[in-house]
Write a protein that binds this ligand. Sequence first.
Ligand code: PDD
Length: 288
Amino acid sequence: MTVYLNGAFMPIEEARVPVLDRGFIFGDGVYEVIPVYSRRAFRMAEHLKRLQHSLDGIKLPNPHSEREWTDILTEIIRRNDQEGRNQDQYLYLHITRGVAKRDHAFPNPPVQPTVFVLSNPLTTPSAEQLQRGIDCITVVDNRWLRCDIKAIALLPNVLLRQAAVEAGCAEAILIRDDAFLTEGAASNIFVAKNGTLLAPPKDNLMLPGITYDVILELAAANGIPHEVRKVTKAEVFGADELLLTSSTKEVLAITTLDGKPVGNGKPGAMFAKMHTLYQTFKRDVMRK
Ligand code: PDD
């Protein structure tokens, strides 16, 4: 596996970061995850735009232009396409404020940021997960108020996902202020009710998902009723269907919540529609 670290491509075993890196010490950095289909990065421009938003959010200048990012990502994709098999991949981009003496305030003068890029084979959900759907729990969203930043400091998300795993579930659905839906620990969540798709608004309390945008665009283009607005906790529990989206999970049906069936407990019509539209979009846009 070839990775990129601070200007050089190397085998992952050779990639080293000093212990005083602010990513290690403070979780002071941001990241992106980009799926790659048939050697093409999915929605690269949108991911790079969200990366810029995250960097702006932590006041860290972007170390690369869009052109430079594109070149780095293209090269990583090429180097990790084993034997030219066109295997799908996912890219992980990680930028920290760099290496400096431990002090909470930013290094002054600034130091070189650490830039790391990794590619892994993309494992999309199994046929069983698609057919049966997944189990989720609801948890209190106890994260900070800048969840729109894709920060590497993921301890709350890690603990919330672990709570789901310990309950035998795949994901935790986050409820803020005991009142409304935000997202999943590492995914966005949609509610389907009476044929309408409901999505929480992109604000400071959730990550603006790239897959989330694709789903809403597909709904709009295909005449599927949809509303972007605050979704209440009661609407989550009263849903006909719940859908989960992310770059690596694509679209999944959530069929149990806190141990009880969602709707009739089976992946429903909205899931079938959105999943088919997403797969068709992926095939038409990415593979041709
Ligand atoms: N996570 N919300 C959170 C908190 C996330 O971590 C993610 C994705 C999403 C979905 O965003 P997108 O559709 O752009 O992947 C929403 C990635 C996959 C991860 O951390 O591995």
